[in-house]
Design a binder for this molecule. Structure first.
Ligand code: NAD
Length: 495
């Protein structure tokens, strides 16, 4: 059985300490092991990134971008292999893995625009014979810490832009499905990144804490659950680092009575159960307004009879297993709690059996009606293939539920009423809003970020915000006095 190591200074480094099992969630078998980096190993990666920084910072942006063009080509060339690695360790079906990779590649495409994005701002004659301009300079060594649910895409949200801006990078992928991230980083080196510009350390809290405490690391991008995001943000900020920490979600869809119910049902089914609901943009709550609820429940029940759950390697499956046995038990525990607290389990995914893969970590699609805002299943992020239905009397009541929830990642309204949709998108306290679009994930040339406890920090991930996050502004003011002309001292503040 192989043990996955690290990628430091352009070379694969074996771990020599603690390890952890990596599972194939489709079968429940142990697929390999991953090294958990010690503080010394992480410090080695930081040192490599620091050593590579001066030359990389001074490499012209156009040359840095050319590496990204080659990287994009390599990602496309190796897409099948990457999707297989994602499926093997995460469990997502190949069609879903292809979507993940495509959204990752989009971010590499955006990073190819580095020369344009880094042009800065220039003002001539801000005073007599005085010019002033702002440059966006890289920060130095930056770190990324990523979650299990998008093992390829989320790292690609981070380092292509960070590196294209002139920084060097240390990535700490999820220890639960780390292989695709390491494979992809090696492609970035093959594309022409000099040794040390991109390093990967596998590990857990020890590795993360080292990145957060080392003063050579200037900024940290984190994506994961809210409790960890909050801790990371506090610790990184206390250590004087720039930090963006994206957290969990509980995304609500409002279903208005005038919505086209057949299309709502198809759309909700994909958005709630795709990737087993293990997406931070999954729609996990449908708030049915007025008489929409009964029609919604009846049609969802019918639609869910066609759901196919099974192993990642069968492309006809709609979704695969959840990530671990512990997570399978946690998701089923939320369904138990809903039942105990008085909700109605309309379709029950507990105890689903996938023939031939009985040990896989499967949970079937689950629909729960008559959920109320005080229930545990409503308050907490389930992160599984479970759709809750809450009944509301009006759109205002539905919007109040969303605004009162601790998370504010994504949301959607299904309606045919433009005025209602405009009011919703204008006022709702959520960062990413869909109108008849269930998963309003911004494209790479916008930025991705939730509100409230779904994001700690000021700037969203990728897109224009990433250019700002991975650079610091320097403003230069310049004049060239005429030679030989004596000027007097000026004591008043220049205006
Ligand atoms: P997680 O918080 O358990 O882990 C994320 C990363 O943090 C991993 O690399 C992990 O090794 C590290 N980590 C875990 N515990 C730590 C600790 N105590 N100290 C330091 N580091 C620690 O998240 P996950 O289960 O891998 O991912 C799922 C979560 O991520 C969900 O809550 C989901 O909503 C969220 N997510 C959010 C977004 C977003 O953009 N907002 C995107 C994807 C996933």
């Amino acid at each position: 059985m192989t043990t996955l190591g690290h990628l430091i200074n352009g070379t694969r480094v074996d771990g020599n300490g603690r390890t952890q099992d990596i599972f194939n969630p489709s079968t429940g078998e142990v697929a390999g092991q991953v090294s958990l980096a010690s503080q010394a190993t992480v410090e080695q990666a930081i040192a490599a990134a620091e050593a590579a920084y001066p030359a990389w910072r001074d490499t012209p942006p156009a040359k840095r971008a050319r590496v990204m063009y080659r990287f994009k080509a390599l990602l496309e060339q190796h897409a099948d292999e990457i999707c297989r690695l994602i499926g093997q360790e995460h469990g997502k079906i190949v069609h879903d893995a292809q979507g993940e990779l495509a959204r990752g590649i989009e971010n590499v495409e955006y990073a190819c625009g580095a020369p344009e994005l880094l042009k800065g701002e220039h003002s001539r004659n801000t005073g007599p014979g005085i010019d002033s301009w702002s440059e966006f300079q890289p920060l130095g060594v930056v770190a990324g810490i990523t979650p299990f649910n998008f093992p390829a895409m989320v790292p690609l949200w981070m380092y292509p832009m960070a590196i294209a801006c002139g920084n060097t990078f240390v990535l700490k992928p999820s220890e639960r499905d780390p292989t695709s991230a390491l494979f992809i980083a090696e492609l970035a080196l093959e594309a022409g990144l000099p040794a040390g510009v991109l390093n990967v350390v596998n590990g857990d809290k020890e590795a993360v804490d080292t990145l957060l405490d080392d003063e050579r690391v200037k900024a940290v991008s984190f994506v994961g659950s809210t409790p960890i995001a909050e801790t990371i943000y506090s610790r990184a900020s206390a250590n004087g680092k720039r930090c963006q920490a994206l957290g969990g979600a509980k995304n609500h869809a409002i279903v208005m009575p005038d919505a086209d119910m057949d299309n709502v049902v198809s759309s909700l089914t994909g958005a709630a159960f795709g990737s087993s609901g293990e997406r931070c943009m999954a729609l996990s709550v449908a708030v049915a307004v007025g008489d929409a609820a009964d029609a919604l429940i009846a049609k969802m029940q019918e639609q869910m009879k066609t759901l196919k759950v099974g192993p990642f390697f069968e492309a006809s499956n709609d979704f695969g297993p959840v990530i671990t046995k512990a997570h399978q038990e946690k998701v089923c525990g939320y369904i138990d709690s809903a039942e105990r607290e008085g909700a109605e389990i309309v379709v029950d995914g507990r105890g689903v059996q996938v023939p031939g893969h009985e040990q896989g970590f499967y949970v079937g699609g689950t629909l729960i009606d008559r959920v109320t805002p005080d229930m545990t299943c409503y308050l907490e992020e389930i992160f599984g293939p479970v759709l809750l239905v809450v009944r509301a009397d009006s759109m205002q009541e539905a919007m109040g539920l969303i605004d009162d929830h601790e998370y504010g990642n994504g949301t959607c309204i299904y309606t045919r009423d433009g005025e209602a949709a405009r009011y919703f998108s204008d006022h709702i306290q959520v960062g990413m809003v869909g109108v008849n679009v269930p998963l309003p994930v911004p494209v790479s040339y916008h930025s991705f970020g939730g509100w409230k406890r779904s994001l700690f920090g000021d700037l969203s991930a990728y897109g224009p915000d990433a250019v700002r996050f991975y650079t610091k502004r320097k403003t230069i003011t310049q004049r060239w006095p005429s030679a030989g002309v004596r000027e007097g001292a000026q004591f008043s503040f220049p205006s």
